[in-house]
Design a protein around this ligand. Structure first.
Ligand code: ADP
Length: 218
């Protein structure tokens, strides 16, 4: 379904988010205070506009109120990022996701109602470390300090068995959310579904349980 997003701040993070959303077929309003950045994004967004995102009237005149989802990716300076987030929340934008620079920035964003606070470098660092830690892990998404979703490759140990036979939930406390096969994604798999060698299992659970499953169950 086509959605509408506003991306504010077109550095390497913001411009990547903007291009990717545009490529996925969504409407994206791209905003930056730098005319050059805006020009660079004009072919990769629905509308690209030069504006100062700390200027409430400028944002209002762009019809920001009509957007459900904003991404604030103003990087180098925390003050405009905070001010812009505050304006967006006061204008009633439901989901405001903000890139944070440091712990202090994170705490302030939390207090003023940012809906998600992103630390791109730390988040990618965690994912890469988990991929390095285990050859079996393809991708890793942290849900909270304790819970994660992990993509793992099915090994011989689980191949050609059904979820019922494997009984992963009671043995390891982990839930198989999906099974990715070559050209098919089986979401919410059934107990009788068979796992094949090299299928990719999307598994959710406590980090301790996921580690045990990865070491002993696969
Ligand atoms: P990254 O680390 O993702 O590359 P940068 O800090 O380089 O992020 O980029 C932040 C972007 O935010 C820059 O393109 C900058 O021009 C833009 N920016 C900074 N302040 C404002 C503002 N007040 N309004 C709109 N854009 C801004």
């Amino acid at each position: 379904m086509k959605k509408e997003f506003v991306v504010i701040g077109l550095g390497s993070f913001g411009s990547t988010v903007c291009k990717e959303l545009h490529q996925l077929g969504h409407d994206v309003l791209a905003i930056d205070v730098s005319e050059d950045k805006v020009k660079e994004l004009s072919d990769y967004s629905s509308y690209a506009v030069t504006a100062n995102a700390t200027d409430e009237n400028a944002l209002k005149s762009l019809g920001i109120r009509n957007f459900d989802h904003a991404i604030v990716a103003i990087g180098e300076n925390i003050q405009p990022s905070i001010l812009c987030t505050l304006i967006l929340k006061e204008l009633g934008i439901k989901r405001v996701w903000v890139k944070a620079k440091n712990v202090k920035h994170h705490k302030i964003l939390e207090k003023i109602g940012a809906d998600r606070i992103i630390h791109p470098e730390q988040e990618i660092g965690v994912r890469i470390a988990h991929q390095l830690d285990s050859g079996k892990i393809i991708d890793y998404i942290e849900l909270s300090e304790d819970y994660s979703i992990v993509e793992m490759k099915a090994t011989k140990k689980v191949a050609n068995q059904s979820l019922l036979e494997l009984d992963i939930r009671s043995k390891f406390g982990c839930t198989i959310l999906a099974i990715k096969q070559k050209n098919h994604m089986n979401i919410s798999p059934l107990p009788d579904d068979i796992i094949r060698l090299d299928d990719i299992l999307v598994v959710m659970g406590h980090v301790d349980d996921l580690k045990v499953f990865q070491e002993k169950g696969l």
